[in-house]
Design a protein. Structure first.
Length: 191
């Protein structure tokens, strides 16, 4: 028996993307007073036509799905959509060059797995800058006159490491192994 999920048209599993602004172990609020959410910015290579087509199709399906429930029976012409151009909007950030990006978030903690689909429990294993795939879902919103399509975060799969974004480095990269002298005697210290 197959489980037919009614949101299949609005769900996308991406090809390889890069994770940025990753907050998936603890929820995070962008501004004080906002609801804390799990979130990630997905950097999608402009050359990944397959993922971009799936996203565009899912956004269109979300528009149709929200037509009666969120948009009063008619799809507004100027809806905000989640897919943005990194070259145009983030020209000062090297990692956004040649990329589209979208921000995905959820109030529920996403599932986090590695390339073997084993759960990732250690927050140092999944970080801003590594590469992976994302399962996301697109949906319509209409809040205080703001109407558009948003991107919900379902799950992440880490595929490989990458340079850390945001200036943080790993301890393994900062230090070399050091030989420690063993002839230190505790008695000398106490005398």
């Amino acid at each position: 028996m197959t489980n037919k999920n009614k949101n299949q048209a609005t769900k996308v599993v991406t090809g390889e993307v890069r994770f940025s602004y990753l907050h998936v172990f603890q929820p995070h609020a962008i501004e004080e007073g906002q609801q804390e959410k799990y979130s990630v910015a997905l950097l999608i290579p402009k050359s990944d036509k397959k993922t971009l087509t799936k996203i565009k199709n899912a956004v269109e399906a979300a528009k149709v799905a929200g037509q009666s429930s969120k948009f009063g029976g008619k799809i507004p012409p100027n809806l905000k959509t989640p897919l943005r151009d990194g070259d145009a909007e983030r020209p000062d950030q090297e990692e956004y060059k040649g990329m589209y990006f979208l921000n995905a978030n959820s109030t529920n903690k996403p599932g986090l797995v590695d390339a073997n689909v084993d759960p990732i429990m250690d927050s140092t294993e999944l970080y801003s800058g590594c590469y992976g795939r994302a399962s996301v879902n697109f949906y319509a919103y209409n809040v205080s006159g703001n109407r558009g399509i948003a991107c919900g975060l379902n799950n992440l799969q880490k595929l490989r490491d990458g340079d850390t974004l945001g200036g943080r480095s790993r301890a393994e990269d900062d230090f070399d192994a050091v030989e420690v002298e063993e002839d230190f005697e505790e008695d000398d210290f106490l005398s």
